[in-house]
Write a protein that binds this ligand. Sequence first.
Ligand SMILES: [Fe+2]
Ligand SMILES: [Fe+2]
Length: 181
Amino acid sequence: MELEKEFLDIVDEIINSEEFQKRKKYRHHEDESVYDHCLEVSYLSYKLAKKFGCDYKSAAIGGLLHDFYPYPWQYTDEEKVIFNIPDRPKNIFKQHGFTHAKEALSNAKEHYPKVLNSRIENIILRHMFPLNIMPPKYSESWIVTFADKYVSARVLKHPRSYYKYLGLEGMLKKIKNFLKK
Ligand SMILES: [Fe+2]
Ligand SMILES: [Fe+2]
């Protein structure tokens, strides 16, 4: 995929920063890295926002940072040690699907405070709608929410992966065990 120069000028500083480069080693869906996933969502959001006359700069940056949570959520025992990842919470509502949008926003505030604006913050915070029930506020947030699902659905090969993606695998197991009783 060839990326437009205008797009690269917008995202250049972030993608080349040390912290963002770490995402090349964070696994996301299947074998795709968080880096590749976010870049793809960012580019699609940029193109859609341009087409619909929206703030394409915010859409591009929001798309890039929408999954900027601090630790990889899929990891081996070895990676858990390498990345110093805390134990998974037992409470289902504290698991990845429900919490990572908030975590991504506070991590973005910590690392890239100067690039944020209210649209970008809303894009990051609301991108997991409808799992996170508060709907997006701006057109650009809707665009990134859609782009994220579109890009993810293409990568996920098995329906079970959707539960995993949403951080609901634990809930699925509990329901299955309950039905067995
Ligand atoms: Fe996400
Ligand atoms: Fe995502």
